[in-house]
Design a protein around this ligand. Structure first.
Ligand SMILES: Cc1cc2nc3c(=O)[nH]c(=O)nc-3n(C[C@H](O)[C@H](O)[C@H](O)COP(=O)(O)O)c2cc1C
Length: 189
């Protein structure tokens, strides 16, 4: 079960944009993050949910997609995410968020896959511009965005070769290939 979900939980960057995601679905995903571990149980993460096309259109320009696909500027109109979860760190609760953030994002994305959706972690965010656009108070550090939707692309895992090249690539059919280092290379003792 968990391996199936982890295998399916690839980074998807093209979506059926017209397929709506309900606010309730986003709340259920954030609830998975809420129930996940937190350093010292401080629970400093806060969330902004967007599944409204107009709000989505405000968020999209602040995100950068697939840095290794040099000639691809990101999903075109019609293939963009149907929803976003913006993850914030509440600086009144903590000054460090990193491990909580990783756990929360994985909980959310695995939950999305279980619901038949898919998504992508986006750390390349124009944070101050996004803060201005959405009027996010300074108290909240903008940490990360998760893009979500009904996925429109096939992503396959490859085994990284001896040359160690881990750059993902897209073939002529539009299939996205993701090299993963082999197990016997990453277990060193
Ligand atoms: C913390 C983090 C930040 C990421 N930021 C971006 C990003 O800004 N833009 C993007 O297109 N993909 C981003 N990704 C997705 C990675 O490129 C992706 O996880 C990697 O290529 C492996 O593919 P996979 O998720 O299908 O295993 C990010 C992933 C992680 C874990």
């Amino acid at each position: 079960m968990i391996k199936d979900l982890i295998l399916k939980n690839r980074s998807y960057r093209r979506f059926y944009q017209e397929v709506d995601i309900k606010p309730e679905t986003l709340k259920e995903l954030v609830d998975l993050a809420r129930l996940s571990p937190s350093v010292a149980n401080k629970q400093p993460l806060k969330y902004i949910l967007s599944c409204d096309p107009q709000e989505n259109a405000l968020i999209f320009p602040h995100l950068a997609w697939a840095g290794y696909l040099e000639n691809w500027p990101g999903p075109e109109e019609g293939e963009r995410p149907s929803a976003y979860i913006i993850i914030l760190g509440d600086t009144k609760i903590s000054q460090s968020f990193s491990i909580d953030l990783g756990i929360a994002t994985q909980s959310i994305l695995l939950g999305a896959v279980e619901k038949g959706l898919g998504g992508c972690n986006i750390a390349s965010v124009k944070k101050e511009a996004l803060r201005k656009t959405l009027e996010i108070p300074n108290r909240y550090e903008i940490l990360h965005v998760i893009a979500l939707g009904k996925t429109k692309e096939t992503v396959v895992i490859e085994t990284a070769g001896a040359d160690g090249d881990i750059k993902y690539w897209r073939d002529s059919q539009g299939v996205h290939h993701v090299p993963k280092r082999p197990l016997d290379e990453i277990i060193i003792g």
